[in-house]
Write a protein that binds this ligand. Structure first.
Ligand code: UD1
Length: 364
């Protein structure tokens, strides 16, 4: 049996690993081992996703918590190395672009253990984003690169990655979405928040460039103030954002927005349900650009760039500058476009199956 360590650390990892881990559990050739670094640790940022996604309790929990990038990354490395020395796996599989992804791939590669990177090749070409650094380095040291959209193939080719390491397999996050679209009907979040189906917007914000910067956060919240007068908005608030709203003195502005409904970080199924029945989404998340594309919900992404260009080329996504005027303008024009959006190639719910088949064949 191949021993494969699947790494999770932060919220966007859980829904990517869940379908892969399940697929490996039913494989006759693979013994999957789940390691949680503890980069995210709050019940609402972590445990609740294990429950919603049917992920088993991790085999190892490293409990690293929040800290500066250097501290967090190095703590993960030190703890993860102990696990690798104990287990000697045949493969370490990492997903996405968070600090846990970088830390664990680096440790494995130094111990000459094969690394698989799922969601490889995405590039924002913006090295001010910590995630971009994580993506570039993880790809450079990975042995098996699993790509979710065609831009990833081009980026890896431009970086000189050998073709036989690269596999275009589709999107595991969409696998999770498809697997849970029916199940999320059990959530009563829409009633709880007192919203009407198809007549509300969903908002999420957590990028440091948006929420750690007072001017940017002010521009965004002023635009939201305008938009919530037109359509109710449910705002699922990340802990980083909540801290900054209060630290920077925006609480009164928020309290005065009568149509803005604040909820804490939503569970996976609650959030799927909220997205599924929304009229539009405003976000700075990576994954939500993809999920909204699959659901064909118009999405305004408050960023200068995206590492997921297919969501703009064929999907429902558009980038908007961080300016109150630009965001309100984009909202006003949002529903005038005709809706002939498409679902990107291989976003069909079978990406994890393809990945596991390749692992079974390639690694021995
Ligand atoms: C991380 C990822 C980002 C991803 C995001 C999703 C990196 C570099 N960033 O950003 O790519 O999109 O997760 O959420 O890996 N906090 C809590 N409880 C938690 C976790 C965090 O309160 O369970 C607070 C802490 O104050 C912490 C802050 O959130 O300092 C930021 O957490 P951190 O893991 O450093 O980065 P995220 O902003 O969550």
């Amino acid at each position: 049996m191949l021993k494969v360590i699947n790494v999770v650390g932060a919220r966007p990892n859980f829904m990517k690993i869940a379908p892969l881990h399940k697929e490996m559990v039913s494989s006759l050739k693979i013994k999957p081992i789940l390691v949680h670094t503890g980069q995210h640790y709050d019940q609402k940022m972590s445990k609740i996703f294990f429950d919603d996604l049917g992920l088993p309790k991790p085999d190892f929990y490293l409990g690293v918590g929040s800290a500066s990038h250097a501290q967090q990354t190095s703590k993960i490395m030190v703890e993860f190395e102990k696990i690798l020395l104990e287990i000697s796996p045949d493969l370490v599989l990492v997903v996405g672009d968070v600090n846990s992804t970088l830390a664990c791939s680096l440790v494995a590669s130094k111990l000459n253990i094969s690394v698989a990177h799922v969601e490889s090749g995405l590039r924002s070409f913006d090295r001010n984003m910590p995630e971009e650094i994580n993506r570039i380095i993880t790809d450079a040291i990975s042995d098996h690169l699993f790509v979710s959209e065609k831009s990833g193939l081009i980026n890896l080719q431009n970086e000189g990655v050998k073709k036989d390491k690269v596999h275009f397999v589709g999107n595991v996050m969409i696998d999770s979405l498809i697997q849970n679209l029916e199940k999320c009907e059990d959530s009563d979040i829409i009633e709880q928040v007192k919203l009407d189906k198809a007549n509300y917007g969903v908002l999420t914000l957590h990028r440091p460039s948006n929420v750690d910067n007072e001017e940017s956060l002010s521009q965004i919240l002023n635009a939201i103030d305008y938009i919530q007068k037109k359509i109710p908005i449910v705002f699922s608030v990340h802990p980083r954002t909540l801290n900054n709203i209060s630290k920077m003195g925006f609480q009164i502005l928020i309290d005065n927005m009568k149509n803005l409904k604040l909820i804490g970080p939503a569970s996976y199924l609650d959030f799927m349900k909220l997205m599924k029945y929304s009229k539009m989404i405003i976000t700075d998340s990576g994954g939500i650009q993809e999920e909204s594309t699959y659901l064909k919900i118009p999405c305004l992404t408050l960023r200068e760039n995206t590492e997921r260009p297919v969501t703009i080329d064929v999907g429902t996504n558009q980038l908007v500058d961080i300016s109150a005027i630009e965001i309100t303008k984009a909202y006003e024009n949002l529903f005038s476009n005709s809706n002939d959006n498409k679902i990107p190639e291989l976003w069909d719910g079978l990406a994890s199956k393809r990945i596991v088949e390749i692992i079974e064949k390639k690694i021995n």
